[in-house]
Design a protein around this ligand. Structure first.
Ligand code: HEC
Length: 173
């Protein structure tokens, strides 16, 4: 069970601060980490969408520069593995805040570079792209979030971790 749900007892073995102080520290760290998880997550999603568009364009006979495409793919993998690592680690940055921030910032940087490369390759191939790819992704989200698995799970919007600082909503408007 999370120490947050057990009056921070696990922490009080070593810490003489109050449970409130400890809890506030955890929340401050996790809010900042969730903000960057949103950033990296959306940037990876945008890049994924551009790969989908690039693959479809190639199937339709458009010439996508393979050198640029391969470099974008390489950066995309660098981005997505960093993101998965932090999300799977499960402490939302708490166990090592500075390292979590470093990894998420690098994830965003790799995904942004992959997006720029793909936009270049697609423009060279004469493919017109939406300016706001996030809007396109939002329209498709229910397709991925609902009816998942045998139990046909439906997404609960109230359980979504939004960026507590509102930066992501501002970027993807
Ligand atoms: C085994 C002992 C131990 C346990 C258990 C422990 N900590 Fe710590 N914690 C430390 C030590 C040692 C430091 C480093 C202290 C320093 O650098 O002054 C630290 C540092 C911290 C800091 C940074 C302190 C600061 O001044 O910014 C926070 C926040 C913190 N712990 C929260 C927690 C929380 C929350 C828990 C429970 C989930 C917890 N700790 C459990 C030993 C422990």
């Amino acid at each position: 069970m999370s120490p947050l749900k057990a009056d921070m007892k696990a922490c009080l073995q070593c810490h003489s601060q109050t449970p409130e102080w400890l809890k506030n520290q955890v929340i401050a760290i996790q809010d900042r980490t969730i903000s960057l998880i949103n950033r990296a997550g959306w940037q990876v999603a945008v890049t994924t969408k551009l790969f989908e568009i690039a693959n479809k364009a190639a199937e339709e006979g458009k010439k996508i520069d393979q050198k640029i495409y391969e470099k974008a793919k390489d950066f995309y993998l660098e981005a997505i593995y960093r993101l998965i690592f932090i999300v799977a680690e499960n402490s939302v940055g708490f166990h090592n805040p500075t390292e979590a921030m470093r990894i998420l910032a690098d994830s965003s940087a790799f995904a942004s570079k992959a997006e720029a490369l793909l936009r270049t390759a697609l423009q060279q191939a004469g493919v017109t792209l939406p300016v706001n790819v996030e809007e396109e992704i939002k329209k498709e989200l229910p397709k991925y979030q609902n009816n998942r698995g045998q139990k046909k799970l439906i997404a609960k919007p109230e359980q979504e971790f939004k960026d507590p600082f509102g930066v992501q909503a501002y970027i993807s408007k």
